[in-house]
Design a protein around this ligand. Structure first.
Ligand SMILES: Cc1cc2nc3c(=O)[nH]c(=O)nc-3n(C[C@H](O)[C@H](O)[C@H](O)COP(=O)(O)OP(=O)(O)OC[C@H]3O[C@@H](n4cnc5c(N)ncnc54)[C@H](O)[C@@H]3O)c2cc1C
Length: 318
């Protein structure tokens, strides 16, 4: 297998990966970045981004990511198309050299590695969800809630995230339906209380989403089943313009799990305020280590931290 030695390897081409590449490039770490399958990360699948600082008129997600890519390339980042298929982070702690396999065909041996592989939102897997993605269907209330100001929307999910998203949207929207599969909420008591005591949130217990419908302008409503599969089963239709999924995320950490500590969901656990993982010289940045914020700007900020942490680690090691 072809082998290459690099000082700083960055895995992922979202805001965290590209920002790490900008800082690592300017610190002369000669970063090599592998993009993965989603070239530019999650923001490339959204249209308008209005909350990334520096763009007062807003910016299209793909254009924002192209700006970040160009800025990273300007400072010497070697950006390559490829996906990490395996890793070996078991080298001796005295001289850690991290082995990373790209597409089962090339081995990179790196002094420092920054993992910025993101977290993928879970979907219900109904066809209409894809058809209206970005046209009323969203997996991020903080990102897209503003577009539904004064309108009626639905949130699907019964945990803390769903309750948080519903509460957030209740401050912006006219009415929020919370669609819950069970006859109870899994959220913490404090979040449940908040939801149950917010006048413009209506909780629809024992409801399942059947289909999202709409027209060229986007989502117009959702067809629901009440008590699906029981003698009391009924169909219900709610008129909404936004449909927010809040049923969880899957951090993209499967390939690292043998060596890198994760929490029970799969998010990488880092030390203190920094980005150091349990393996010396391996750092994590962005949504892959952040179950709480998951925003472009927070991912970019942690990419910055990871590059600074990597630079300090490499300097102290010499
Ligand atoms: C529809 C949508 C709209 C959004 N809108 C906004 C918004 O308006 N404002 C905002 O701030 N945030 C928004 N977000 C959230 C924002 O996109 C994320 O918080 C941010 O992209 C996270 O950045 P990241 O770099 O951590 O990961 P990602 O952007 O998820 O990037 C992960 C990268 O890792 C790569 N990767 C994964 N596995 C591998 C592997 N094995 N090998 C190599 N590479 C790999 C992927 O190809 C990808 O390039 C939105 C998210 C979605 C889904």
């Amino acid at each position: 297998m072809e082998q290459e030695r690099v000082k700083c390897l960055i895995i992922g081409s979202g805001p965290a990966g590209y920002t790490a590449a900008i800082y690592a490039g300017r610190a002369n770490l000669q970063p090599v970045l592998y993009t993965g399958m989603v070239f530019g990360g999650q923001l490339t699948i959204t249209t308008e981004v209005e909350n990334f600082p520096g763009y007062p008129q807003g910016v299209a997600g793909p254009a924002l990511m192209e700006d970040l890519r160009a800025q990273a390339a300007k400072f010497g980042a070697d950006i390559r198309f490829g996906t990490v298929s395996a890793v070996d982070f078991s080298s001796a702690p005295q001289l850690p050299l991290h082995r990373v396999i790209i597409d089962d065909e090339k081995e990179i041996v790196a002094d420092a590695v920054i993992i910025a592989t993101g977290a993928t939102a879970k979907y219900l897997n109904i066809p209409s969800e894809k058809a209206f993605a970005g046209m009323g269907v969203s997996a991020c209330a903080t990102c897209d809630g503003f577009f539904y100001k004064g309108k009626d929307v639905a949130v699907v999910g019964g945990g803390d995230t769903a309750c948080e998203e519903a509460t957030y949207l209740s401050g912006l929207c006219n009415k929020v339906y919370l669609i819950v599969r069970k006859n109870f909420l899994r959220a913490s008591e404090i979040m449940q209380d908040k939801v149950m005591n917010t006048k413009n949130i209506e909780v629809l217990f024992e409801h399942n989403t059947k289909e999202i419908y709409g027209d060229q302008g986007g989502v117009c409503g959702v067809k629901l089943w009440y008590k699906k599969g029981t003698p009391e089963e009924q169909e219900r239709d709610i008129a909404v313009h936004g449909f927010f999924l809040a049923i969880g995320h899957t951090p993209n950490t499967e390939v690292f799990k043998k060596y890198i500590h994760t929490d029970e969901v799969g998010y990488i656990v880092t030390q203190g305020k920094g980005t150091q993982t349990n393996v010396a010289g391996v750092f994590a940045a962005g949504d892959v280590m952040d179950p709480d914020y998951r925003q472009g700007i927070t991912a970019a900020a942690s990419g910055c931290k990871a590059a600074i942490d990597a630079e300090r680690y490499l300097t102290n090691r010499l």
